[in-house]
Design a protein. Structure first.
Length: 174
Protein backbone atom coordinates (compact mmCIF):
# COMPACT_ATOMS: atom_id res chain seq x y z
CA UNK A 1 0.00 0.00 0.00
CA UNK A 2 2.71 2.59 0.77
CA UNK A 3 4.43 1.96 -2.56
CA UNK A 4 1.11 2.37 -4.41
CA UNK A 5 0.64 5.75 -2.74
CA UNK A 6 4.19 6.80 -3.58
CA UNK A 7 3.67 5.71 -7.20
CA UNK A 8 0.55 7.88 -7.44
CA UNK A 9 2.39 10.83 -5.91
CA UNK A 10 5.29 10.39 -8.34
CA UNK A 11 2.84 10.41 -11.24
CA UNK A 12 1.39 13.73 -10.09
CA UNK A 13 4.77 15.32 -9.34
CA UNK A 14 6.23 14.19 -12.66
CA UNK A 15 3.15 15.26 -14.62
CA UNK A 16 3.18 18.76 -13.13
CA UNK A 17 6.90 19.21 -13.71
CA UNK A 18 6.81 17.82 -17.25
CA UNK A 19 3.98 20.22 -18.03
CA UNK A 20 6.10 23.06 -16.68
CA UNK A 21 9.03 21.88 -18.84
CA UNK A 22 11.02 21.08 -15.67
CA UNK A 23 12.27 17.63 -16.68
CA UNK A 24 15.24 17.68 -14.31
CA UNK A 25 12.96 18.57 -11.42
CA UNK A 26 10.63 15.69 -12.37
CA UNK A 27 13.63 13.36 -12.35
CA UNK A 28 14.74 14.65 -8.94
CA UNK A 29 11.25 14.12 -7.49
CA UNK A 30 11.18 10.59 -8.89
CA UNK A 31 14.59 9.73 -7.44
CA UNK A 32 13.71 11.07 -3.99
CA UNK A 33 10.36 9.27 -3.95
CA UNK A 34 11.89 6.00 -5.11
CA UNK A 35 14.63 6.21 -2.48
CA UNK A 36 12.01 6.85 0.20
CA UNK A 37 9.93 3.90 -1.00
CA UNK A 38 12.88 1.52 -1.13
CA UNK A 39 14.18 2.50 2.31
CA UNK A 40 10.75 2.41 3.96
CA UNK A 41 9.79 -0.91 2.38
CA UNK A 42 13.20 -2.47 2.98
CA UNK A 43 13.21 -1.59 6.68
CA UNK A 44 9.57 -2.57 7.14
CA UNK A 45 10.10 -5.72 5.10
CA UNK A 46 13.07 -6.78 7.18
CA UNK A 47 10.96 -6.41 10.32
CA UNK A 48 7.87 -8.21 9.00
CA UNK A 49 9.87 -10.94 7.26
CA UNK A 50 11.11 -12.24 10.61
CA UNK A 51 9.05 -15.32 11.38
CA UNK A 52 8.14 -14.38 14.99
CA UNK A 53 6.90 -10.96 13.87
CA UNK A 54 4.90 -12.25 10.90
CA UNK A 55 3.54 -15.14 13.01
CA UNK A 56 2.32 -12.70 15.68
CA UNK A 57 0.68 -10.52 13.04
CA UNK A 58 -1.02 -13.47 11.34
CA UNK A 59 -2.26 -14.84 14.66
CA UNK A 60 -4.29 -11.65 15.16
CA UNK A 61 -6.50 -12.83 12.29
CA UNK A 62 -6.61 -16.63 12.74
CA UNK A 63 -6.11 -19.30 15.36
CA UNK A 64 -6.12 -22.16 12.81
CA UNK A 65 -2.61 -23.65 12.90
CA UNK A 66 -2.51 -24.72 9.24
CA UNK A 67 -3.72 -21.35 8.02
CA UNK A 68 -1.36 -19.56 10.38
CA UNK A 69 1.69 -21.47 9.12
CA UNK A 70 0.88 -20.87 5.45
CA UNK A 71 0.05 -17.21 6.01
CA UNK A 72 3.23 -16.70 8.03
CA UNK A 73 5.34 -18.23 5.26
CA UNK A 74 3.59 -16.03 2.70
CA UNK A 75 3.96 -12.83 4.75
CA UNK A 76 7.63 -13.53 5.49
CA UNK A 77 8.48 -14.02 1.82
CA UNK A 78 6.43 -11.08 0.53
CA UNK A 79 7.73 -8.73 3.22
CA UNK A 80 11.35 -9.64 2.49
CA UNK A 81 10.98 -8.68 -1.19
CA UNK A 82 8.46 -5.81 -0.91
CA UNK A 83 11.17 -3.18 -1.55
CA UNK A 84 11.03 -4.19 -5.24
CA UNK A 85 7.45 -2.87 -5.24
CA UNK A 86 8.88 0.53 -4.33
CA UNK A 87 10.97 0.48 -7.50
CA UNK A 88 8.06 -0.81 -9.57
CA UNK A 89 5.45 1.68 -8.36
CA UNK A 90 7.72 4.75 -8.31
CA UNK A 91 9.01 4.04 -11.82
CA UNK A 92 5.51 3.26 -13.10
CA UNK A 93 4.47 6.63 -11.66
CA UNK A 94 7.32 8.28 -13.56
CA UNK A 95 6.20 6.80 -16.88
CA UNK A 96 2.53 7.53 -16.23
CA UNK A 97 3.23 11.10 -15.16
CA UNK A 98 5.37 11.69 -18.23
CA UNK A 99 2.56 10.44 -20.46
CA UNK A 100 4.14 7.10 -21.41
CA UNK A 101 1.19 5.04 -20.24
CA UNK A 102 1.61 2.42 -22.97
CA UNK A 103 4.91 1.39 -21.38
CA UNK A 104 3.37 0.86 -17.96
CA UNK A 105 0.43 -1.01 -19.49
CA UNK A 106 2.72 -3.39 -21.39
CA UNK A 107 5.04 -3.98 -18.44
CA UNK A 108 2.12 -4.53 -16.08
CA UNK A 109 0.37 -6.91 -18.48
CA UNK A 110 3.64 -8.82 -18.93
CA UNK A 111 4.14 -8.92 -15.17
CA UNK A 112 0.78 -10.56 -14.60
CA UNK A 113 0.19 -12.63 -17.74
CA UNK A 114 3.70 -13.66 -18.80
CA UNK A 115 6.23 -13.52 -15.98
CA UNK A 116 3.85 -14.62 -13.23
CA UNK A 117 2.49 -17.60 -15.14
CA UNK A 118 5.94 -18.60 -16.39
CA UNK A 119 7.41 -18.58 -12.87
CA UNK A 120 4.33 -20.36 -11.54
CA UNK A 121 4.74 -23.06 -14.17
CA UNK A 122 8.45 -23.51 -13.39
CA UNK A 123 7.97 -23.52 -9.61
CA UNK A 124 5.09 -25.99 -9.70
CA UNK A 125 5.99 -28.28 -12.60
CA UNK A 126 9.78 -28.42 -12.36
CA UNK A 127 10.56 -27.46 -8.75
CA UNK A 128 7.36 -28.92 -7.18
CA UNK A 129 7.01 -26.13 -4.63
CA UNK A 130 3.26 -26.56 -4.18
CA UNK A 131 1.30 -23.56 -2.95
CA UNK A 132 4.55 -21.62 -2.42
CA UNK A 133 4.81 -21.53 -6.23
CA UNK A 134 2.16 -18.81 -6.21
CA UNK A 135 4.13 -16.71 -3.75
CA UNK A 136 7.36 -17.03 -5.69
CA UNK A 137 5.53 -16.20 -8.91
CA UNK A 138 4.33 -12.92 -7.39
CA UNK A 139 7.74 -11.97 -5.99
CA UNK A 140 9.73 -12.86 -9.12
CA UNK A 141 7.26 -11.22 -11.52
CA UNK A 142 7.28 -8.00 -9.48
CA UNK A 143 11.08 -7.95 -9.32
CA UNK A 144 11.41 -8.71 -13.05
CA UNK A 145 9.06 -5.88 -13.93
CA UNK A 146 11.01 -3.54 -11.65
CA UNK A 147 14.22 -4.38 -13.50
CA UNK A 148 12.55 -3.79 -16.87
CA UNK A 149 11.19 -0.40 -15.77
CA UNK A 150 14.59 0.68 -14.40
CA UNK A 151 16.25 -0.28 -17.69
CA UNK A 152 13.61 1.73 -19.58
CA UNK A 153 14.17 4.65 -17.20
CA UNK A 154 17.87 4.73 -18.08
CA UNK A 155 17.04 4.86 -21.80
CA UNK A 156 15.57 8.32 -21.14
CA UNK A 157 12.43 7.74 -23.21
CA UNK A 158 10.32 9.09 -20.37
CA UNK A 159 11.90 12.52 -21.01
CA UNK A 160 10.27 12.82 -24.44
CA UNK A 161 6.97 14.67 -24.43
CA UNK A 162 3.91 12.75 -25.52
CA UNK A 163 1.64 15.79 -25.50
CA UNK A 164 1.14 17.60 -28.78
CA UNK A 165 -0.12 21.15 -28.36
CA UNK A 166 -1.31 23.05 -31.41
CA UNK A 167 -0.59 26.75 -31.67
CA UNK A 168 -3.44 29.18 -32.30
CA UNK A 169 -2.33 29.61 -35.94
CA UNK A 170 -2.45 25.82 -36.47
CA UNK A 171 -5.95 25.68 -34.99
CA UNK A 172 -7.16 28.49 -37.28
CA UNK A 173 -5.63 26.82 -40.35
CA UNK A 174 -7.53 23.61 -39.63
Amino acid sequence: MPSNGIGSAVSTIVGQNMGAKQVDRANKGYKIAMAMAIIFLFVGGMIFSRRPVSQALVNIFTKDGAVSNLATDFLSLMAFWCWTNGIYNATSGLFQGSGHTMITMLVDASRIWVFRFLVLFICETILHLGVASIWYAVVVSNATSSVILIILYFTGIWRKSTVKIESDSEKQAA
